[in-house]
Design a binder for this molecule. Structure first.
Ligand SMILES: Cc1ncc(COP(=O)(O)O)c(C=O)c1O
Length: 381
């Protein structure tokens, strides 16, 4: 079946966070991580069918949603999840915050990579926990954790290792031996691991496979909370159905204790949409990833010809983490904004000399973005 990712859909006047930011300005919104693609028809049809029922009372245990999650994880990742391990959440960020509150005491630390998706820092900050940041280093074109450097910084009060795999903003898909090193680090320091794998379906690099941290071994499963969602995959982030997979009963009970009464049940239409996406969305996803790979390759090839900018091809995600440190401007994000490009400031992730560009958009929009980048670079002081 053919899918048309070139179709331009006007998202202004749709209460879109991404598009509202620059509503009345000639600035291309290439920031927050949602794509501009229409969700697969199976999702839209499922929502319509459920809406036609006309009654939207409280939902019960979402059996269809859980079954489709289990089937998706088995077929894509050979991960055989017991539905009882799944805690349904209205968002992955709530999962990050719950994990910090449930698994660290007030005098304990979280450990997270840097640069990192800002809510990783936010989760520690909001709970008033200190966080140890482990720098990512560029090694042979991939952003990797420097665990050896981290060893000397551990105080013994660290309790929760927060992973992001695939990594946002670096796009790294960790290989088995890299995950194994992170597991050994967790074992050595007796850490619980919260692994945010929201971008796992968006692997673009040929021959590379996402490997859930929890599938490394029984011990990895026992000490882990894995956060996943179809929201980035199928562009349904505004609906918000997400899951935490927690194989260990005690960890799960504690997580649930912090969730109950505070985190609401997930919207019934969101569950319907997510179940349909997981059940029937595979062909659409494959086509989307082909389109994204082509966008990625084009963007990376262009950016790396621009003086002052460099980027490595993200192995996954539709986010390019662009190094603008050689550009010679104080704030690259503000500089590009003045040249009509709404990028995410690297400052929020822990490095203000970088910007993050969301290439989950039509090729025509990306072409315009590349042209503006080129003009901006040519105009620098
Ligand atoms: C790594 C990561 N985790 C979580 C989220 C957001 O999750 P949610 O919208 O389900 O709270 C994002 C969105 O950009 C993300 O990149």
């Amino acid at each position: 079946m053919a899918f048309n990712f070139d179709q331009r859909i006007d998202r202004r006047h749709s209460d879109s966070l991404k598009w509202n930011k620059y509503a009345d300005q000639d600035i291309l919104p290439l920031w927050v991580a949602d794509s501009d693609f229409r969700s697969p028809d199976c999702v839209i049809e499922a929502i319509k069918r459920r809406a036609d029922h006309g009654i939207f009372g409280y939902g019960d245990k979402p059996v269809e949603f859980l079954d489709s999650a289990v089937a998706w994880l088995a077929s894509r990742y050979q991960w055989h999840v017991n539905p009882e391990w799944i805690v349904v959440l209205p968002g992955v960020v709530s999962g990050l915050n719950l994990a910090v509150r449930a698994f660290t005491a007030s005098d304990e630390l979280t450990v997270a990579p840097t640069p990192i998706y800002p809510p990783f820092r936010g989760a520690a900050k909001l709970a008033d926990r200190a966080q140890l940041n482990l720098p990512l280093k560029l090694q042979q074109g991939r952003w990797l954790l420097d665990l050896a450097a981290a060893q000397g910084q551990m105080s013994g009060k660290e309790r929760l290792l927060m992973l992001c795999n695939p990594q946002n903003p670096g796009g790294t898909v960790y290989r088995r031996e890299e995950l194994q090193a992170q597991l050994e680090f967790a074992q050595q320091h007796d850490l619980i691991v919260c692994s945010d794998e929201i971008h796992s379906d968006l692997v673009l690099e040929p021959g590379v496979q996402h490997l859930p941290f929890a599938t490394l071994s029984e011990d990895a499963a026992r000490r882990s909370i894995t956060l996943m969602s179809p929201s980035k995959t199928f562009n349904i982030a505004g609906l918000g159905a997400s899951i935490a997979i927690i194989p260990d009963e005690k960890l799960r009970a504690r997580f649930n204790q912090f969730r109950r009464g505070i985190v609401p049940d997930v919207d019934i239409l969101a569950l319907t949409a997510a179940a349909a996406a997981w059940r029937e969305g595979e062909a659409w996803l494959k086509a989307q990833n082909d389109y994204l790979r082509s966008n990625r390759d084009w963007l990376v090839s262009q950016v790396n010809t621009m003086a002052g900018l460099s980027v490595v091809a993200p192995e996954a995600t539709y986010l390019a983490w662009i190094d603008a440190s050689a550009l010679g401007v104080a704030s690259p994000a503000l500089y590009f904004e003045k040249h009509g490009l709404g990028l995410t400031a690297g400052r929020d992730f822990g490095n203000d000399q970088f910007v993050r560009l969301n290439f989950g958009c039509t090729r025509a929009l990306l072409d315009e973005a590349v042209a503006r980048l080129r003009r901006a670079v040519a105009a620098r002081p």
